[in-house]
Design a protein around this ligand. Structure first.
Ligand code: H76
Length: 482
């Protein structure tokens, strides 16, 4: 009996991950007259325009923190190192929950210093941090009164989440909560609802989850966002009403709070985008470890979105051996941040702290590298958006009002950067961010050469273009993209 259960569990987990990787959420908009009526579909059309959403958007660069019991084994169980995501080790090594949760006895991050963490984030230039309050394993970084599997029942005892919220907020950094609905520690969790018993148990589980969410919203009222994960199972798709209820409940409790699309399923179990093709939640959160195609996927500029990325191929929690997969260079990480912003999205870079509360060397170096670049060039990231210009091979455009930023990753041998502007747009001036002017030559209608400055160092750099547009030019160009 036990082995069968475990096998089923491992199978379901693998299917879940496979399904996630391939999930292509359709967002085909139906003509208005063909729309069907939904009780649990999108509650809004188009982007949210309020100040809290604008802040979310303007932040642009965030950090993810994946921290839980999985940091202790760091990808190794009984002498075997598993190459899969470290935070899924329980599943790879088929460890029963009670055995896994024994790790709580070893949870004592003596080097943890919330202020240091917040300083590191500040120096990196991130404007927000997404923290795993509870990952799939079920272990809570806050002293939840609805389960015994919390930090309160470890040698560390203190409220880790509370310390983090305070420290980040003190540095002026927004805190977002990651929350996994799927909970491997809870006996009432179900992957699917097949019997009356399943349905009764799962309803108890949903009440438990509501209680935990209300507890988080009450204890930490400065939280700006809930980012749901572990919401792909049939049990949740069959309870779309509950996802709509959670969104409403949190928005009633915390005015302005933002919620990711991954929470949501509609009346028919359609996720992220409802059966009429409208985004549910406030921003699309399907871009995990991948980005939209810079040429084909520009429809993403119709809604807010946030991508998140790992530094190795697929490690979120701490894994002791990063040599088993490709690890991105700091410049590659930076390029993804710029790429996301150039397409009107946010980027969240993941960190998997060690069990002792310190960060691995590679992550410290990465944070420093990004931070020193952001100090010089952050003007092209914060509060910037999709520019609507044809992408060129030298890099990416971002835009803020009448300023278009060229973020140059590849310098051509010719030293001329081609810029093609939409009809009715003129480049008036080009300069480095330190104010030094750069030569611009009009080479054809709607086309310029911007000459790269010789003295720039070998790092990606930014040229700011001041532009002039005929009224409506940008809007017209955007329309043509659909
Ligand atoms: C699959 C999966 C989860 N989603 C990512 C954001 C990580 O938390 C990973 O474990």
């Amino acid at each position: 009996m036990k082995t069968t259960l475990l096998k089923t569990f491992a199978f379901v987990s693998l299917v879940s991950i496979g399904g996630m990787a391939q999930a292509q959420h359709l967002h085909k908009l139906l003509p208005a007259e063909q729309e069907i009526s939904l009780d649990y579909g999108a509650d809004r059309l188009g982007k949210r325009q309020d100040a809290a959403m604008q802040k979310f958007r303007d932040n642009r660069l965030g950090a993810f923190i994946h921290w839980g019991l999985y940091a202790i084994p760091g990808g190794e169980w009984n002498g075997k190192v598993y190459p899969g995501a470290a935070e899924w080790l329980k599943s790879w090594a088929k460890v029963p929950s009670n055995e896994w949760l024994e790790l709580m006895k070893e949870w004592n991050p003596t080097k943890f210093d919330a202020k240091k963490w917040a300083k590191m984030a500040k120096e990196m230039g991130v404007r927000y941090v997404k923290i795993t309050t509870k990952h799939h394993e079920g272990f809570c970084l806050w002293p939840s009164k609805y389960t015994e599997y919390t930090v309160a029942n470890t040698p560390y005892k203190k409220d880790l989440l509370g310390e983090m919220v305070k420290a980040y907020n003190d540095e002026g950094i927004d805190v977002h909560f990651y929350f996994s609905v799927m909970d491997w520690s809870h006996p009432d969790y179900r992957y699917d609802i097949k019997t009356e018993e399943d349905s009764i148990a799962f309803n108890r589980f949903l009440t438990f989850t509501d209680n935990q969410l209300k507890e988080l919203a009450t204890k930490y009222p400065t939280v700006k966002d809930f980012w749901f994960d572990g919401t792909w199972d049939a049990s949740i798709k069959k309870n779309g009403w509950w996802t709509a209820h959670v969104e409403r409940m949190l928005k009633d409790m915390l005015p302005g709070v933002t919620i990711n699309s991954r929470l949501r399923a509609d009346d028919y179990g359609k996720r992220h985008f409802d059966s009429n093709g409208h985004l549910m939640g406030d921003y699309e959160s399907g871009y995990e470890r991948r980005l939209p195609d810079p040429v084909k996927d520009l429809k993403v500029t119709r809604w807010d979105w946030e991508a998140c990325m790992t530094v190795p191929e697929n490690q979120w929690g701490y894994h002791k051996d990063w040599s088993i997969s490709y690890v991105k260079t700091p410049t590659e990480v930076l390029e993804r941040v710029v790429h996301a912003v150039s397409m009107g999205g946010n980027m969240v870079v993941n960190f998997g702290p060690q069990a002792d509360g310190d960060f691995r060397m590679e992550e410290k170096e990465l944070a420093k590298f990004v931070g020193s670049w952001m100090k010089k060039y952050g003007e092209c990231i914060y509060a910037c958006d999709y520019a609507g210009w044809d992408k060129q091979p030298w890099g990416y455009y971002t835009r803020k009002g009448e300023a278009v930023y060229m973020v140059v990753f590849n310098r051509p041998y010719s030293e001329h950067l081609t810029v093609k502007v939409p009809k009715g747009t003129q480049v008036v001036k080009a300069a480095l961010l330190n104010g030094k002017e750069v030569e611009v030559v009009e080479t054809a209608r709607n086309e310029y050469n911007v000459n790269t400055p010789v003295q720039e160092p070998g790092e990606p750099f930014v040229i700011k273009l001041q532009i002039k547009e005929a009224a409506g030019a940008a809007d017209k160009y955007r329309d043509a993209l659909t």
